[in-house]
Ligand binder design. Structure first.
Ligand code: C2O
Ligand code: CU
Ligand code: CU
Length: 456
């Protein structure tokens, strides 16, 4: 696997500039097949599944508070839905088959229509057989602009993905249900792309200020990212502004589904190449290059926080606490867990392709994990008893991390819980409906790590 990565890294990829991303104002979002040059030039093109003919799908950009209306047209050979990840959305538009809508069959359509209440960096992706459909390319960026946006020279969306391609044919390896991946770290690939390209380049000038909107669309890869020739701060996580932007010392993690907005200044000199680096055990590799030519005259002051979104008040006092244990997987195999109300042995579960459980259930239970009256604050404790990290995601809400000292951390919609770790969050259940809660390692979700909560 690594061999293949190095092979790609050694081939001098041509310097190609991405075409400008279309501003989707059309009212259709067509889920359709396409072919695209994912592997470096010289390799064959890869057949992919797309929104609108390219991976990532057409970028959807709007102003905070605007309405998004898209008719999903399914031209794929499988049923599908669209989930608008991170949007505090009307429940009926959340795109979860069997919970908020029926999956849209091939040839069918569905009208998505919602308002985006918060500014920030979001994304949309398929939510039916997502471990396959997202891996085939069904994702795109959803950017909600602040009324009062920060002053930058370039605003770049960078969607990271991790592909498992056949080294000869560049075809997507279609072993999505592979039990080894499901029961271990998930589907890890052998080629990292940004905006659907291997090692893309964007030209910059010395002294320019960039806003980088990083989105991890991988099935399972947790990136550890570092800057080269750029200096700046993280100003938002999972779309939500940080009160105190974080300066980037060495590197920072980006788990599946997570986003980070960076504001950085180009420090590299003309004719040098700045970049974003994936830090690996054996060194690392660049995922995006920023060739520098010339310099910018603009003089800018410090990086200030983004304007806050209209978030609810978290009230921890008297907030009930709920514990969700993450169980199973390789090395901690399940002894037993339930599907519905039937208790099955670990062996029986494995035969059904279930390797994980959340608080004793290896599938979305019939009853919600949490039935919350509208408006209350709840503490949820994620206890990771497995030997792997998991990226726990709640639909329809952002939540605040509760830091070890009891104080409130950033707003997030996906939290990485390391092996053996316990993390607490504070959820203000203020969006009525039935909402999924699952691991965003998509193979883990498909093999047991799926639950839900209800707000009434
Ligand atoms: Cu981004 Cu339920 O997922
Ligand atoms: Cu989501
Ligand atoms: Cu997981």
């Amino acid at each position: 696997m690594n061999f293949y990565r190095r092979q790609f890294l050694q081939s001098a990829a041509a310097l190609t500039l991405l075409p400008t991303v279309g501003q989707a104002n059309g009212s259709e979002l067509v889920a359709q097949r396409a072919v695209q040059q994912i592997a470096p030039q010289g390799y064959p093109e890869t057949p992919v599944w797309t929104y609108g003919g390219s991976v990532p799908g057409t970028e959807i950009r709007l102003r905070q508070g605007d309405r998004v209306r898209r008719r999903l047209v399914n031209d794929l050979p499988q049923a599908t839905t669209v989930h608008w990840h991170g949007i505090r959305i009307d429940n009926a538009m959340d795109g979860v088959p069997g919970l908020t809508q029926e999956a849209v069959e091939p040839g069918g359509t569905f009208e998505y229509d919602f308002v985006a209440p918060d500014a920030g960096t979001y994304w949309y992706h398929a939510h039916n057989r997502s471990m396959e459909q997202v891996a085939r390319g069904l994702y795109g960026a959803l950017i909600v602009e602040e009324a009062d946006a920060p002053d930058v020279d370039q605003d770049l969306t960078l969607m990271l993905d991790d592909w498992r391609l056949d080294p000869e044919t560049a075809l997507i390896v279609d072993d999505f249900d592979n039990g080894h991946d499901l029961s271990h770290a998930g589907r890890l690939g052998n080629l990292v792309s940004v905006n659907g390209q291997f090692d893309p380049a964007y030209s910059v000038r010395t002294g320019e200020r960039l806003r980088l909107r990083l989105i991890n669309a991988s099935n399972a890869r947790i990136f550890d990212l570092a800057l080269d020739g750029l200096k700046g701060r993280i100003v938002a996580l999972d779309g939500m502004p940080l009160d105190n932007p974080l300066s980037i010392q060495k590197s920072f993690p980006l788990a599946p589904a997570q986003r980070a907005d960076l504001i950085v200044d180009v420090q590299a000199n003309s004719a040098e190449v700045a970049g974003l680096v994936s830090v690996e055990r054996d060194g690392g590799f660049g995922v995006v290059r920023f060739p520098v030519s010339g310099h910018s005259e603009a003089r800018r002051s410090g990086i200030v926080p983004l304007p806050a979104n209209p978030m609810p008040q978290v009230n921890l006092e008297g907030a009930p606490s709920h514990r969700m244990t993450m169980q199973g997987g390789a090395m901690r195999w399940l002894e037993a867990a339930k599907i519905g109300e039937t208790e099955l042995s670990g062996r029986e579960l494995a035969q059904l392709g279930r390797f994980w459980a959340l608080s004793g259930y290896a599938d979305r239970p019939e009853d919600p994990f949490l039935d919350a009256p509208l408006g209350g604050t709840h503490k949820i404790e994620f206890v990771n008893e497995t030997a792997f990290p998991h990226a726990m995601h709640l639909h329809g809400h952002h939540f605040r991390l509760i830091l070890p000292d009891g104080s409130l951390g950033p707003w997030r919609d996906t939290v990485l819980v390391e092996r053996g770790q316990t993390r607490q969050i504070a959820l203000v259940a203020d969006n009525p409906g039935d909402w999924l809660l699952h691991c965003h390692m998509l193979g883990h979700a498909a093999s047991g790590m799926m639950s839900w909560f209800r707000v009434t």
